[in-house]
Ligand binder design. Structure first.
Ligand SMILES: [Fe+2]
Length: 547
C-alpha cells in the first residue's frame, strides 16, 4: 500500500511517503524551493502545493503517481465553519476553504497520472495526532495536539490504542494557545508563525511579573479545553517593529506568557492522564516545539515518558496524514525510524559536485578525526552527512559545529548565521556522557525538544551552549543510531576532555537549512566557516590575508 501525505494549507508545506506501513521519505518544500517555510500562511497561498518534495518522495521510492493507493491531504474543508462561527472573523477562510476543496484537482495536475478521486481529506488535528501517536516508538499512548488552529479547533486531546485514535477533547476556535503565542510573536516585532522560538528565548531574560493578569485571561476548563481571551499586549509593553530594541518590559511579557502557557499545558496533560492513565504522552502541533514547556510537562504531569514529533509543526501533518490513511486502508504502520528522512547523496554524487565546483578537496582516512581536529583548534565546521532532517532542527545531518568551551563562540556562531545575539545555540553530547553534565530533561533526548540544566561544574567548561539561565537544549547522540556523529564527538573529547560540541542548523539568516551539496557549497562559500565536511570529503577554507 502506497500513501503520499501532503501538507499545504497554512505553512511549512511538506510531503511524506508511507509504503507498506513504513515511512520511506519525508521532506519539507522549503528545502527544495529555498524559500523559508515554503510560503507565508496567507489565504491566497493555500493552493500552493509541495510539488517538488512530493515528486522527490515518489522518485525516492521509485513509484509513479498512478501507482499510489491514496493521497492524504492534512486538512478537511468540510469541517470548516464560517469566519463568524469560528469567532476569528478571518474572511480569508472562505478562499482557504475553496482552495482546499480544489486540492484533489490541483494535486492531479502537479502529479501527472494521479487520479483525483484517490485524494482523501484528513482532519488537520487528526493528522497532527497521528504524526505523534502513530510515529512514536511507544505504541498505545495518550496524545496532545497543541496548535494554532485547524479547521475549527485549536487543540485535540486523545489516545491511541492498537493504532486507533480515540478523541477525548478539543478546543473550538477562537480560543487558541497557539494563536495567542503567535499574537505575542507579532507584538514583539518577530515574524508570526515562524519566529515563536525567539519569544521563548527572550522569555528566559525576563521575570513573569504579569502572570497574575494572564491567569484570568488564559485558563483551562474542566472538560479538557483551554480558553484564551483576546489580550491587549500594549497594556504590558509597547508594540515593537522588526529589529526594534526590546526592553525589560518586553522580556517580562514574554516570560509571563511563556510561564502561563507552561502552567496551562501541564494542566491539560494532567487532564489527559486522568482520562487515560497512560504511561506515555505523545505530542505534536507547533506549540509542542516549545521545549521549555515540554520539559515542565514531563516534570510535572504524571506521564512517565513524553515523546514529541521532531516535525511537530504543520510539516509533520504530511507524515501524520499518510500514516492515518495507511491505517484506514488496513495497513499496520510502523513508528518513524528517525528524523533523517530527506534527501541524501552517495560519495560519487558528492564528488561530482565538488569537481564541478573546481574546488580543492581531500578524502581523509576518517572525516570524523579531521572535523574533531578542526573543532579542537576552535575552527567552525559545516557538517553535511546522510539524509537531511525532517523538521526544523539540525540533528547531525546538516549542522554547523563549533567548540563549546569559548564564550565568544556564541557571538561568532550568531555572526556566521547573521542572527540575533540573544539566541542560544545548542549542544550535541555523547549519550553515555550526558547524565554527568545535564539533568532535569529526559536522557536520551534525540530531537532537541526539551531543556536540561547544565551541572554547575560544567557551566564554565561549556559556556557557548549554556544559556543565561543555566540551561541547554541538548541532543544526545546514540552510537548505534548516529555512529559517525558519535565518533566525531568522541574524537573531539579525546583532544579536549569535552564530550560536547556546539550544533546549530547549517544555513545563513532567513534561509532554509542546507539540503543538497550545492546548497552546502554556497553556504560554505559565503560564511566564515573553516571546514566543510561533506560525505567522506573535506574542503578547507584558505583565509584571506587581506584586512
Ligand atoms: Fe497545525
Amino acid at each position: 500500500m502506497k500513501v503520499l501525505g501532503i501538507n499545504a494549507i497554512y505553512h511549512d508545506p511538506a510531503a511524506a511517503l508511507v509504503v507498506d506501513g513504513k515511512v520511506v521519505a519525508a521532506a519539507e518544500e522549503e528545502r527544495f524551493s529555498r524559500r523559508k517555510h515554503g510560503k507565508r500562511p496567507l489565504p491566497w497561498s493555500a493552493w500552493e502545493l509541495p510539488e517538488l518534495s512530493a515528486a522527490w518522495c515518489l522518485a525516492e521510492a521509485g513509484i509513479r503517481a498512478d501507482e499510489l493507493d491514496a493521497v492524504a491531504y492534512s486538512f478537511d474543508p468540510a469541517l470548516m465553519t464560517t469566519p463568524e462561527e469560528t469567532g476569528l472573523f478571518d474572511d480569508g477562510d472562505v478562499m482557504r476553504k475553496r482552495y482546499a476543496e480544489m486540492a484533489p484537482d490541483f494535486l492531479a495536475h502537479a502529479l501527472p497520472g494521479l487520479d483525483p478521486a484517490k485524494v482523501r481529506f484528513v482532519k488537520h488535528h487528526v493528522a497532527h495526532a497521528a504524526s505523534a501517536g502513530l510515529a512514536a516508538p511507544q505504541r498505545d499512548n495518550a496524545v496532545l495536539v497543541l496548535d494554532g488552529r485547524g479547521e475549527a479547533h485549536s487543540h485535540l486531546a486523545g489516545r491511541y490504542v492498537d493504532g486507533r485514535l480515540e478523541v477525548l477533547a478539543g478546543q473550538s476556535l477562537p480560543h487558541s494557545l497557539g494563536l495567542l503565542y503567535e499574537d505575542l510573536t507579532d507584538h514583539l516585532g518577530f515574524l508570526r508563525s515562524s519566529d515563536e522560538f525567539k519569544v521563548m528565548a527572550m522569555a528566559s531574560y525576563g521575570k513573569p511579573r504579569f502572570l497574575g493578569d494572564l491567569s484570568e485571561l488564559v485558563r483551562v476548563t474542566c472538560d479538557g479545553g483551554a480558553r484564551t481571551e483576546k489580550i491587549d499586549f500594549t497594556e504590558f509593553a509597547p508594540r515593537l517593529g522588526k529589529g526594534d530594541q526590546w526592553t525589560e518590559d518586553h522580556a517580562d511579557l514574554a516570560a509571563s506568557v511563556q510561564q502561563r502557557l507552561e502552567e496551562v499545558l501541564v494542566d491539560l496533560a494532567r487532564w489527559v492522564h486522568g482520562q487515560t492513565g497512560d504511561r506515555v504522552l505523545t505530542m505534536a502541533g507547533g506549540t509542542a516545539l516549545n521545549c521549555v514547556a515540554n520539559t515542565r510537562i514531563l516534570a510535572e504531569s504524571p506521564f512517565e515518558e513524553v515523546w514529541v514529533q521532531p516535525a511537530a509543526g504543520d510539516a509533520g501533518t504530511a507524515l501524520g496524514a499518510a500514516l492515518h490513511v495507511a491505517r484506514e486502508l488496513g495497513e499496520d504502520t510502523e513508528p518513524m525510524p528517525g528524523a533523517a528522512l530527506g534527501r541524501g547523496w552517495n560519495d560519487d554524487e558528492i564528488e561530482k559536485v565538488l569537481r564541478t565546483a573546481a574546488i580543492e578537496y581531500e578524502r581523509p582516512d576518517d572525516v570524523a578525526e579531521v572535523v574533531a581536529e578542526t573543532l579542537a583548534d576552535n575552527g567552525i565546521v559545516a557538517w553535511f552527512q546522510g539524509r537531511s532532517e525532517y523538521g526544523p532542527r539540525a540533528l547531525g545531518q546538516r549542522s554547523l559545529l563549533a567548540h563549546p568551551g569559548f564564550e565568544a563562540n556564541l557571538e561568532r556562531m550568531n555572526d556566521v548565521k547573521g542572527r540575533e545575539q540573544f539566541r542560544p545555540v545548542a549542544p550535541m553530547v555523547l549519550l553515555e556522557k550526558a547524565p554527568e553534565i545535564f539533568s532535569r530533561g529526559p536522557i536520551p533526548s534525540p530531537y532537541m525538544l526539551f531543556v536540561h540544566d547544565v551541572a554547575p561544574e560544567w557551566r564554565e567548561r561549556i559556556p557557548t551552549v549554556t544559556h543565561v539561565d543555566g540551561t541547554a537544549r541538548i541532543q544526545t547522540i546514540d552510537p548505534e543510531a548516529s555512529p559517525l556523529v558519535h565518533r566525531m564527538i568522541a574524537a573531539f573529547e579525546r583532544r579536549t576532555g569535552i564530550p560536547v560540541v556546539v550544533n546549530t542548523s547549517l544555513n545563513t539568516a532567513g534561509r532554509p537549512m542546507v539540503d543538497d551539496p550545492r546548497d552546502a557549497l554556497e553556504c560554505f562559500g559565503s560564511a566564515p566557516v573553516d571546514l566543510l565536511a561533506i560525505g567522506p570529503f573535506v574542503v578547507r577554507r584558505r583565509r584571506s590575508t587581506l584586512a
